[in-house]
Write a protein that binds this ligand. Structure first.
Ligand code: FES
Ligand code: FES
Length: 163
């Protein structure tokens, strides 16, 4: 019999209280139990970044964490960031710059990019590349992704200066 535990956490602003199998990863819990399929699973060993979500505001590989370890945490997925329009400008820039092809890596890229931009500074291309070093994309060649993040960072910076 699979052991289950009660957990209570916040996911995308909603309180979730449920029973979950102790061996279920946070990625599988989000995808299968909560139908938040924007969190993708690729390598399932912490190498590709497709499963990145925010846990207490830090990007975390959801494939490397058990759901029970998220007890009491505040989890935000790409769906949550989208709903509260925290990445609307980034998503437009990805679209404009053709920064996705198959889109498999895109949720993880957006979560990473959110983290880079949330730091508030104006990152160099080198810093953006560095921050994306844990995100694997097999389609775009990264140039357009870096362009989109750089463009968003610049626009946000200009808007802040004018405010
Ligand atoms: S699925 Fe988690 S890092 Fe690849
Ligand atoms: S757009 Fe296909 S893996 Fe990145």
């Amino acid at each position: 019999m699979t052991a289950k535990m009660a957990i209570s956490l916040t996911v995308n602003g909603e309180e979730v209280e449920t029973l979950v199998a102790t061996r279920t990863t946070l990625a599988d819990f989000l995808r299968q139990d909560l139908q938040l399929t924007g969190t993708h699973t690729g390598c399932e060993m912490g190498a590709c970044g497709a499963c990145l979500v925010l846990v207490d505001d830090h990007p975390v590989h959801a494939c490397l964490m058990f759901a029970v370890q998220a007890e009491g945490a505040v989890v935000e997925t790409v769906e949550g960031l989208t709903t509260r329009r925290a990445i609307a400008d980034l998503q437009s820039a990805f679209h404009e710059r053709n920064a996705l092809q198959c889109g498999f890596c895109t949720p993880g890229m957006l979560v990473s990019a959110y983290g880079i931009l949330a730091a508030g500074a104006l990152p160099s291309r080198e810093e953006i590349r560095d921050a994306l070093s844990g995100n694997y994309c097999r389609c775009t060649g990264y140039e357009a992704i870096v362009d989109a993040i750089e463009q968003t960072a610049r626009l946000r910076h200009e808007q802040e200066e004018q405010a």
